[in-house]
Design a protein around this ligand. Structure first.
Ligand SMILES: [Zn+2]
Length: 427
């Protein structure tokens, strides 16, 4: 672990600092001490600014590491606002049934490492992982992104999080209740009140709810709204009392509007947005997390031969184009967009494909990178700590080969990932 006198210096960078869509070309230095950014400027010295050299007396243990970033782009650590570490592009009940319980956690650790290697230093875990997964990363037992947890995905009976099948059995899946992950099916305001409190007790940083059907669930329809206003009002009131935001899996037009009206902070997927829904989101300041690669990933998985019900594959094929149109309209209208991939539906490690998809729907590369750094941090309520390269912020940064904002092949350009002031990935 770094000592207080450790200093890391990145020199001669082309900088995208996340405070705007602009790039500062060449020759920017960034100095990091104690895991924080202490200086951003030109010709910074490799000597520690802390003055600890004199104070520490004879034993000079200062470590200065310099990374030459000539011809390279440096950005804030990237943020993915929608991942599921308890799945990896294969969500067939058979796979879940044949996975030993504790194997799930070892698999999650490997997926987290794969995510970090993309330059993603923070995620919002949108359902599946429990508190131990987050704490293992925080304690340094495993490498991975910083994490906000939702743990369970609240769903009504027969909703997107309900794995009941027509044979009468609950099929195994990544949301099955266990001691760290409360049961996720809830009906009525009274049950909702208890459930939100249970989730907060279990360590949820954010509450995830399904206000419409979805693609991967067997018995619901992405065009139907789920939960009534009285249930959503209790949900938001309880979450707010505990200073938690709510994120809504919301695909149906009415499910999106119900979520916005209830004061939910972000719409996930947003497949069937109409003009009124977009207007309401602008008015309320609601964020959209598009997850464009998710339905594409379901179709890819079907083509790879992953065992899925025909109804699920048909739903995925039905939504891809309408989803893209919907998100393009939201972008054009100026809805706040934060990057999220739904990785887990797609294999982890392909996250950066989402950025090129966002660009293809009308965002500039600078706007896409803002959505993947500062705006994502704002959505999560942690923008005082991460999301930009500014003095005082936690030192999460990515060094990309080549000085351009070209988003077409970002993954292959990841050179070095710095998290909390330490180079954690070097390719
Ligand atoms: Zn999801």
């Amino acid at each position: 672990m770094p000592t207080s006198s450790d200093r890391l210096l990145l020199t001669n960078a082309t900088l995208f600092d996340g405070t705007s869509q602009e790039v500062r070309s060449g020759l920017v230095d960034i100095a990091i001490e104690d895991g924080r950014i202490v200086e951003v400027g030109s010709d910074l010295s490799s000597a520690s600014a802390s003055g600890s050299r004199e104070a520490s007396g004879a034993a000079n243990t200062d470590e200065v590491e310099t990374i030459d970033c000539s011809g390279k782009l440096v950005t804030p650590g990237l943020i993915d606002c929608h991942v599921h570490f308890m799945a990896d592009g294969d969500f067939s009940p058979n796979t879940h049934a044949q996975t030993p319980f504790s194997m799930n956690f070892f698999q999650a650790a490997e997926r987290m490492e794969r995510t970090l290697a993309c330059g993603i230093t923070t995620v919002r875990e949108a359902g599946g992982s429990d508190l131990g997964v987050k704490e293992a990363q925080e304690k340094g037992l495993i490498a991975g992104p910083r994490m906000q947890l939702s743990i369970s995905i609240l769903s009504q009976t027969g909703g997107h999080g309900d794995n009941w099948e027509v044979c009468g059995a609950h099929m195994p899946g990544m949301l099955d209740a266990h001691p760290g992950r409360p049961h996720n099916i809830v009906d009525g305001p009274d049950e909702m009140r208890i459930k939100v409190r249970e989730l907060i007790r279990a360590g949820a940083d954010v509450i995830k709810v399904c206000t419409s059907g979805g693609v991967l669930s067997p018995r619901d329809d992405p065009q139907h709204p789920h939960f009534m206003a009285d249930e959503l009002d209790v949900l938001v009131a309880e979450a707010s009392a505990a200073h938690r935001f709510v994120m809504a899996h919301a695909q149906a037009t009415q499910g999106i509007k119900n979520a916005v009206r209830a004061g939910i902070r972000s719409i996930e997927h947003g497949i069937y947005l109409d003009d009124e829904a977009i207007e309401m989101m602008l008015e309320a300041g609601t964020y959209l997390v598009p997850t464009l690669i998710a339905p594409m990933g379901v179709i890819d998985a079907a083509d790879r031969g992953v065992d899925m019900p025909a109804t699920v594959i048909a739903k995925a094929r039905g939504v891809v184009e309408v989803h893209r149109r919907s998100v393009a309209n939201a972008i054009a209208a100026g809805v706040k967009i934060a990057m999220g991939t739904d990785s887990g539906v797609t294999p982890h490690g392909q996250n950066l494909r989402e950025l090129a998809e966002m660009e293809s729907l009308g965002m500039t590369p600078g706007a896409v990178l803002e959505a993947t750094t500062r705006v994502a941090a704002e959505l999560m309520g942690i923008d005082d700590e991460i999301g930009t390269i500014e003095v005082g912020k936690a030192a999460d940064l990515v060094v990309f080969d080549g000085p351009t904002l070209d988003l077409s092949d970002l993954r292959s350009r990841v050179d070095t990932v710095v998290q909390a002031g330490r180079p954690v990935v070097h390719s």
